[in-house]
Design a protein around this ligand. Sequence first.
Ligand code: DOR
Length: 443
Amino acid sequence: MSDSFDLIIEGGTVITPGGAAITDVGIRAGKIAAIGPLGAAKAAERYDAKNFTVLPGLIDEQVHFREPGPVHKEDLESGTRGAVLGGIVAVFEMPNTDPPTTTKAAIEDKITRATGRSWTDFAFYVGASPENADELGTLERLPGVCGIKMFMGSSTGTLLVADDENVARVLRSGSRRVTVHSEDDFRLSERAAMVSAGADVSMHPEWRDVETAVRSTQRLLALARKAHRRVHVLHVSTAEEMPILAEAKDIATVEVLPQHLTLAAPECYQRLGTFAQMNPPIREARHRDALWKAINDGIVDCIGSDHAPHTREEKARPYPRSPSGLTGVQTTVPVMLNHVAEGRLTLQRLVDLMSAGPARIFGMAGKGRLAVGFDADFTVVDLNAKRTIANDWIASKTGWTAFDGMAVKGWPMATIIRGQVVMRDDELIGKPIGAPVKFQETL
Ligand code: DOR
């Protein structure tokens, strides 16, 4: 019956592509079936969203969930549990696991592991390496694959494609988006002696300096143009890269992270020590200001968390033996809503960066838009809720966040995935129903 729905989300401020409206959303068979006043319609279930804002489902296109491999840090169940508690409906997971995700068998293994255990919808990156460079065009077409990940600078794990010849081979093979960790590995090696014998963690952005990032991004963009291949530059951290990327909108999209938008050196290293250590590093406030300007100038295409869990014991090792990476999949939405509350970006822009942005960059099918016919994915938020982010809220096996103690205004109240309410009022509901994300066939 056309006037009966599985779920009606009632009376929220609904963020549609055309703007905000106080209205209802009707869901049938996992899809958005109607947007508008549905007072008289029948529904198996109703969600009262009065006083709340209904966003299209927010997506995290960069997480590291460590499975298979060092699952004492995280696994696909714990990582995605943190995601839905934090208002995220879908994640794209990185290939620097053990073994790395560089083969068909490794992709299929991850999909098998995620099925029945993932709370969010999911897709996996294929890791680029000199060994698989010529097969990437085939690997990227496997179901459940979102694109390629290439590390041009060494970070956690063994994946690395450092030299121009191999970067060019990766860019020539296939047509899906190549996401890139852009730090110049040659410069990193040349300068490693600055820290290798032991140093204060505040040296991290000195070693992995602005030139390390700029040099790599310039090399990448030149090679991408030559190969006519679209790239996505991950976690851009320097002021200097933004004008370069603004000139490259034909070929490159840009991600920034809440860590780089919220924390700054030297304060973060004084306060958090190695718990602020990540690659690329958190830098001085002038870089943070430039990232905000790039958000508001429209240069930035999306925000991801780069959730990169390491245990407290591992992080507490003396620098540089301390591993790089911060948790983030659960805190991105409240931290970014707080930036909205403080006027640094609009809610509409946040939705563009975390829903429409990833859908556009990766060619997701049926996600990234609160519109009839799209998946019924929603992040329901209370823009007025005042909470404090605390370690004891964090589902990650590592149990810590660099934002512990941060007072925020704005909180995810419900996560709805293909019409199923999977998180409500900080509680999980039901079972992990996550399924592979689908992508447009023609890209
Ligand atoms: O800080 C980081 N940690 N940067 C990366 O590129 C990898 C990540 C991790 O997997 O730990």
